[in-house]
Design a protein around this ligand. Structure first.
Ligand code: T1G
Length: 699
């Protein structure tokens, strides 16, 4: 017996315990141990029933993702489940923590499932660009019905034990010692000679949809609405559809085949890269393990504007009381109204219970009394993006906030060190850059100042995770990581307009690549005047965008920007007026306009970003290429199935990226496009960003 699986006897009950921390993933050694344990228990006349459980904090959270892409080693999960299927003794799975993926499928191979009240059960494979590969697409619908199963499999989101009980996924919920309860459940099943039904033989819950197959199409259309570009959701729908009319034996083989196809495909490889990159991003190479985060029991947000309101909702959503401090009653009332409206909309969509909304609203205390920040454990400033205003505010906070408070700025590009120097405690200052809408976007760019103390940094990372964000630590530079790379893209986008492209050409190219929105439509959404004010402040120009702003075209908020918008519509409509503004600008520069191929447009939008990413790694502003990928996926809409800009660069091939950049640098006489030293070096060594050691700066 491997030390990953142990079998204990409790009378005639064999208790099989998996012990593979941290999440009891079904790696090869575990599968070997389970095969031996199940075979032994099945063949042991002294064993009446089998209980399967785990040591540690959770039941099996899935197959071992690190084994994907390596040669498969028997036994497989399907072999284990087939053995359970062939066992004529009651088998009971004791589910606690997160029973996910292959872990839930193992439990679906048992006759009974019992759970702890806090257990969460799900098939998250879709988030890795996969479908369940251990029978989940066939057994789950047989237990909970096709609709519930399809929603679980296509969303990848787990359900809680009470909901699982109601759906028929678990047979009972037990407080207290779950293993003891499972053993007792097994003993009673033996004593009561409970019929041993294999899930694979259960068809009754499939009948309602078999009677109305058209309803399946409607459901499939609804659950795959937001799956643009992703291969796995359509594959999951197809697999679950087999429950309507394909015998389970054949359906399981098809599922396995489709699973392997997706597993070996580019999309899943990219999504698995992000799974691990996201977890790596929270580990700061030089942050001592002794750096413990401070407790955040109360928060304060300065500014009730779009960002301030969204940030306040993050705290309320996490159950942390938050004071929202605004200068005047009128802007405060406006900010609080927007918060309440956002919650009401979520309740109306069924995304939140009304009483939960009331509970969260009660945690938001709006005030014009700056003193309310005095007892906050963290104060986050979200006021106007002007350095003097920020410095004055931080000097005030320095006097007012309690000694242990963390002072954070939500600036999206200003110098955090300069802001920190406006206080006598720069070690307590850092950037917490949320993305709009802050209560929705998952990225939190944590900007580490030169003086930021380790425990202050640890506090922000832990808080980011508590707020349900993906925290990524970056250094101080203009625009940090995301906005700095975005700027490189915007410069090239504007240049292509001068050379011959139109906004819809550029936006069309990047939408086809997988982004939800192109740079010009995004500019119109955010408001062109925002960038205009920044450019005026730092003395830079964007010829066409400036011309549009001078003409009062600020985007959606004025109904005209790079596009025009019908009354009440957010659909960008190409506008001949913009075409003439662009044409005039080309003429002013003596540029003969040409049609630019979509592939060139895409390369000129993405390769300068990759190049800037390489500089960011050289300067140590980001510790790993994976951090940059996570930032672009969770903050800027980079399609997850393409793994992020640095992963994509490796996928395309660094020598090609270098070559194209050199060509574009020469044709546009822009040295910034010349390949960065790190990029050139890796390309010449035949190496990749993926192979870079952490931190990349010293690699
Ligand atoms: N395989 C390998 N490593 C895993 C893992 C897995 N399935 N899950 C987690 N880890 C590592 C993770 O990288 C981290 O490592 C540590 O465990 C703690 O994780 C056939 C094929 C369970 C909700 O998709 O969602 O089954 O950074 O930091 O926040 O159909 O981990 O410490 O070195 O995330 O408490 C399906 C993936 C697989 C679940 C816990 N299962 N895991 O969250 O801890 S595909 C999943 C999670 C499958 C079958 C198919 C979360 C968690 P390190 P963590 P956490």
């Amino acid at each position: 017996m491997t030390n990953l699986v142990e079998v204990r006897r409790d009378g005639a009950i064999a208790v099989v315990v998996i012990d593979n921390p941290p999440v009891n993933a079904l790696k090869h050694g575990v599968r070997l141990g389970l095969m031996e344990a199940f075979t032994g228990a099945r063949n042991d006349a002294g064993v009446d029933a089998i209980v399967i459980t785990c040591a540690g904090r959770t039941f099996v959270a899935g197959a071992d993702i690190t084994e994907f892409g390596k040669p498969p080693q028997p036994p497989s999960l399907t072999d284990l489940i087939a053995l359970l299927d062939a066992t004529a003794k009651p088998t009971v799975a004791a589910l606690f923590g997160t029973a996910l993926g292959g872990g839930l499928e193992l439990a679906l191979g048992c006759h009974f499932r019992v759970a702890a009240p806090s257990a969460r059960l799900g098939q998250p494979e879709i988030k890795l660009g996969l479908i369940p590969g251990g029978g989940g697409t066939q057994r789950l619908p047989r237990l909970v019905g096709i609709e519930t199963a399809l929603r679980m499999i296509v969303s990848g989101d787990p359900i809680r034990a009470p909901e699982a009980l109601e759906a028929g996924l678990v047979d009972a919920i037990f407080e207290g010692d779950l293993t003891a309860a499972a053993i007792d459940f097994a003993r009673r099943a033996v004593a009561d000679k409970r019929p041993l039904r294999r899930v694979r033989d259960m068809e009754e819950k499939l009948e309602p949809m078999r009677a109305r197959p058209a309803a399946f199409d409607d459901l499939a259309a609804e659950v795959t609405k937001r799956a643009r570009g992703l291969a796995a959701p359509a594959a999951a729908v197809e697999a679950v559809r087999w429950t309507l009319d394909v015998p389970i034996g054949e359906a399981l083989e098809r599922e396995r085949k489709k699973f392997v196809e997706l597993r070996d495909g580019d999309q899943s490889k990219a999504q698995r890269h992000i799974f691990f990159a996201e977890r790596e991003a929270a580990k700061v190479p030089d942050l001592p393990a002794t750096a413990k985060g401070r407790e955040i029991a109360r928060a304060a947000v300065i500014g009730a504007g779009t960002m301030g309101g969204g940030i306040a909702m993050c705290f309320a959503n996490a159950g942390i009381p938050v004071a929202v401090i605004e200068q005047g009653q009128e802007p405060l009332a406006r900010g609080l109204d927007i918060i309440a409206k956002n919650y009401r909309n979520t309740v109306a969509r069924g995304g939140l219970a009304a009483d939960e909304m009331e509970r969260r609203l009660a945690l938001v205390n709006g005030t014009t009394d700056f003193g309310a920040a005095a007892d906050a454990d963290i104060v986050i400033e979200a006021v106007f993006e002007e350095m003097d205003i920020k410095k004055k505010l931080f000097a005030e906070l320095d006097r007012l906030a309690k000694p242990s408070a963390v002072l954070a700025t939500n600036t999206s590009y200003l110098d955090v060190n300069a802001i920190a120097q406006a206080t006598r405690r720069p070690q307590a200052v850092l950037g917490t850059h949320f993305f709009s809408p802050a209560n929705v976007m998952r990225l939190l760019e944590i900007v580490r100042g030169a003086a930021t103390a380790p425990d202050v940094l640890a506090t922000a990372i832990a808080l980011g995770r508590k707020l349900g964000k993906v925290p990524v630590v970056v250094g101080v530079c203009h625009g940090f990581v995301g906005n700095r790379m975005l700027r490189a893209r915007s410069i090239e986008a504007e240049r292509m307009l001068l050379e011959g492209a139109l906004p819809q050409d550029v936006d069309g190219a990047i939408r086809a690549f997988g982004f939800p929105m192109g740079p010009f439509a995004m500019g119109d959404l955010a408001g062109l005047d925002v960038g205009w004010r920044i450019r005026k402040a730092d003395g830079t120009r964007a010829e066409i965008a400036d011309a549009l702003c001078e003409a009062g075209r600020f985007g959606q908020k004025t109904g005209r920007g790079f596009y025009r918008y019908e009354e009440g519509s957010r659909t960008p409509v190409p506008d001949p007026e913009v075409e003439s503004v662009i044409g005039a600008a080309s003429a002013r520069h003596g540029i003969e306009r040409r049609s630019i191929a979509r592939e060139e447009i895409l390369e000129r939008l993405i390769f300068p970003m990759i190049n800037e990413g390489a500089r960011i790694l050289e300067e140590g502003i980001a510790a790993r290429p994976g951090d940059i990928d996570v930032i672009w996926i969770y903050g800027y809409g980079w399609p997850i199935w393409r793994g992020g800009p640095m992963y994509h660069a490796d996928h395309v091939g660094l020598p090609y990226v270098c070559d194209r950049l050199a060509t574009y640098a020469a044709s546009s006489h822009d040295d910034r496009l010349a390949p960065a030293p790190l990029l050139t070096r890796l390309a010449s060594q035949g190496s990749t960003f993926g192979a870079l050691k952490t931190p990349a700066k010293s690699a």
